[in-house]
Design a protein around this ligand. Structure first.
Ligand SMILES: [Zn+2]
Length: 476
């Protein structure tokens, strides 16, 4: 006897979409196939008229992180997993990947342990962490990477730039290219992957200085400070290092055509290079900074131009951009809009809850993205690249029963009542066709028809291991 059967829906699996049943037993998918009334289930969900897709994977969040953009503000933190993952549950995201921060005064193991303790019994959905390597770490720190990979944390974030303005002084994030090369050597040898925030340090920091000297300090100049040229140069530097060391590399928050083109060239040469973008970057542009709530769309590097949006969508619909993320860093609206200048706007985003629904409307409904591709860019590819596959990211026997029902007949203008995190959403006022209505985490219905049934004990840490094929050539 099954624990759960989902009947009558259009089920999206890697080789197609069909009107199949999904059977769930002990939190795992037991079968996907034609309806068999002889198979009994303790609970049946009628999914007639709905799409059944893999639970979303949000590969890039910063929950509960210190807020460092506001000068003079100590002790401010982004909202934590206990609040933000409620929105993920409503929005159809069943796993998220946050960060464990390694700096001069800790080590990899203690950084991971600190975040594991912070998340324990504090997340509605499953989770794991990238290891973020910041600043000029001592060389011996890099010897800890193989052990972290062994423990199930095989992705390592580095920053090629300090992307915040030079004043006030902050924790250094930037890592020099020599150390990035060393990290890549370690990662390549032990089947890990690099996660790169790629901006050109010299260009960005010089632009802060130059724009200040020229009096162009209004925040809507952010796309000129964090320029396309900066993305172009830094993506190509990092790809050069990846090619030299053999390291698989995942570029977070690709924002410009330049980044997409650099990644596509590398992939055409057979390199295991992957690009993530944000639905914000795909849907808004730098002109939107001038709107009354314009800075609620800002996250570093910056919004760019309509031509860049087009490149991001082409990459998502066809090939070249593998995943969609949020760079979630949720705050109140007041805090998000407090800064108005290039040196004090609050970065970070609030959009994980909207991600699945927005990509469905903007990708599938408006741009002809196939349902298979929708599943790839919202779940499957992140699972493959970051080592959650095939446990997560696919509707297949043996995988976790992380499932989302999308009602494609919903037509609405998103309002405050559609969101469950903080006191605003950048997506209020956006028109959607189709929206997630039911979210199932390892066989448990955590959200159904606007009601939350999950709790903070539901989310579990997921160990990861990357299939070496993902690290040898482009495979997602
Ligand atoms: Zn980030």
């Amino acid at each position: 006897m099954l624990d759960l059967a989902i009947r009558g829906g259009d089920v999206v699996v890697p080789h197609g979409t069909g009107r199949w049943s999904v059977g769930v037993k002990d939190g795992k998918i037991a079968f996907v196939g034609l309806e068999d009334q002889a198979i009994q289930a303790a609970k049946v969900i009628d999914a007639t008229g709905k799409l059944v897709v893999p639970g979303g994977i949000e590969p890039h969040t910063h929950l509960g992180d210190r807020i460092t953009m506001q000068p003079g503000e100590a002790g401010l933190f982004a909202l934590g997993p206990e609040e933000d993952t409620r929105g993920m549950a409503f929005g159809g995201t069943t796993t998220h990947v946050d960060f464990a921060w390694v700096h001069l005064r800790n080590d990899v193991a203690s950084a991971i342990e600190r975040r594991m303790n912070r998340w324990k019994n504090k997340s509605y959905v499953d989770y794991t962490f990238h290891v973020a390597l910041t600043g000029q770490l001592p060389l011996k720190t890099f010897d800890q990477l193989p052990e972290a990979i062994q423990q199930g944390f095989p992705s390592f974030k580095v920053f090629t730039a300090d992307f915040l303005p030079p004043h006030p002084r902050r924790f250094p994030l930037r890592m020099d290219l020599g150390r990035i090369q060393l990290a890549m050597e370690k990662v390549a040898a032990h089947d890990g992957i690099m996660v790169v925030h790629a901006e050109d340090h010299d260009i960005v920091q010089f632009n802060y200085e130059r724009f200040k000297a020229e009096g162009r300090t209004a925040g809507w100049n952010m796309h000129l400070v964090h320029s396309r040229l900066s993305e172009n140069l830094s993506f190509r530097h990092a790809i050069g290092l990846a090619a030299a060391t053999g390291a698989g590399t995942y570029f977070v928050h690709t924002s410009a055509r330049d980044g997409v083109e650099a990644v596509m060239e590398a992939r055409a040469n057979g390199l295991p290079i992957y690009a993530e973008t944000l639905h914000h970057y795909a849907c808004f542009s730098a002109e939107d900074y001038k709107l009354p709530r314009g800075f609620c769309y800002h996250t570093y590097p910056s919004l760019k131009y309509p031509d860049d949006r087009k490149a991001l969508w082409d990459g998502l619909v066809n090939d070249g951009v593998s995943t969609t993320a949020t760079d979630e860093y949720p705050t109140s609206l007041e805090l998000k809009l407090r800064g108005k200048q290039i040196d004090d706007v609050t970065g970070g985003n609030l959009g994980a809850e909207a991600r699945m629904g927005i990509i469905y409307t903007e990708g599938v409904v408006k741009r002809g993205m196939t349902l298979q591709r929708f599943a790839e860019v919202t779940a499957t590819n992140a699972a493959k690249i970051l080592g959650l596959y095939p446990r997560k990211g696919v509707i297949a026997p043996g995988s976790d029963a992380d499932l989302v029902l999308i009602d494609p007949s919903i037509n609405k203008t998103l309002g405050r009542e559609d969101f469950h995190v903080s006191d605003y959403s950048p997506w209020e006022g956006w028109e959607v066709t189709g929206w997630p209505v039911t979210t199932i985490l390892r066989g448990k219905v955590i959200v159904d028809k606007g009601k939350l049934f999950g709790d903070l004990n539901d989310g579990q840490l997921v160990a990861r291991r990357i299939d070496p094929r993902v690290l040898r050539r482009p495979a997602a």
